[in-house]
Design a protein around this ligand. Structure first.
Ligand SMILES: Cc1cc2nc3c(=O)[nH]c(=O)nc-3n(C[C@H](O)[C@H](O)[C@H](O)COP(=O)(O)O)c2cc1C
Length: 245
């Protein structure tokens, strides 16, 4: 197994970091690696904001509710960005592009571009011995996050990433069996895999060293979708000029 695969297979989210800040060189390398990800039609439809201002960090932590938003080696916010690709358009050209720019396809393009760049950043960080955790929790109040970051139209925050030196070593979290997520030439028949995984995860939750609980993956997912969540996202997304049609 090569070192890259080892890094990938060793991933676990880190939610407790030492006080050590990332160096400028580490940040530069992580962002360079993020930028080299594939990007749809060369659009590079994302922007990454590094948060060093303690007031902004505290405000984002309030939205998120997670201590690792303030206590980390560096905090990144990944944004979908459809502003820059047409920044040089004349107002006439811009008006002509607007209907296409603001459709669902380009919202997906920007979100996918941002996610690919982010995952490159994550792997780069982990390959350097750092730990990381994604932060969808910045969408707990998306309008507030957007306000804190003062983002222009056609730029919207998607998720954060806390990076730093790990101050704990959580157990690896199991994944579904390969046959549940991968099949050749047809959609996988995963029912038995999910049942087996529920049992495996129940054992994992009961025996892990922190946050023990009685739970299965299926119960967790059904609970997750049982109540409305972040119903304000659609409104802000459309207000910022994304996913309008
Ligand atoms: C887009 C995205 C958003 C996430 N948001 C959060 C978050 O807000 N807070 C958190 O503690 N973990 C967050 N996570 C981490 C997941 O909970 C974690 O990846 C998952 O439970 C699997 O655990 P592992 O990464 O340790 O293998 C997020 C992950 C992704 C991909």
């Amino acid at each position: 197994m090569n070192e890259t695969i080892e890094t990938l297979l060793n991933h676990r989210s880190i939610r407790k970091f030492t006080d050590k800040k990332l160096t400028d060189e580490q940040i530069h390398t992580i962002i360079k690696a993020a930028q080299q990800a594939s990007t749809s039609s060369y659009m590079m439809a994302y922007t990454i904001i590094g948060i060093t201002d303690p007031d902004k960090k505290a405000a984002l932590a309030e939205v998120s509710g997670h201590p690792h938003v303030t206590q980390n080696g560096h905090l990144l916010i990944f944004c979908a960005d459809l502003k820059r690709p047409v920044a040089q358009a004349t107002s006439e050209q811009y008006e002509a592009t607007r209907a296409n720019l603001e459709n669902s396809e380009h919202f997906l393009v920007a979100a996918i571009d941002a996610a690919l760049a982010a995952q490159n950043a994550a792997i780069a960080a982990e390959s350097m011995g750092l730990g990381m955790c994604y932060l969808g929790s910045i969408r707990n109040n998306l309008a507030r996050t957007d306000e804190i970051l003062e983002l222009p139209k056609h730029v919207i925050p998607l998720f954060g990433m806390a990076i730093g030196t790990p101050d704990h070593q959580p157990e690896l979290k199991p994944r579904l069996p390969i046959s549940a997520v991968y099949a050749e030439n047809e959609y996988p028949a995963y029912e038995e895999d999910v049942a087996a995984f529920d049992q495996e995860l129940a054992d994992y939750y009961e025996s892990r060293s922190t946050n023990n609980r009685k739970d299965t993956w299926s119960e967790q997912m059904i609970r997750r979708f049982a109540k409305p969540m972040r119903m304000d996202v659609t409104e802000l997304v459309q207000k910022k000029g994304f996913n309008k049609r």
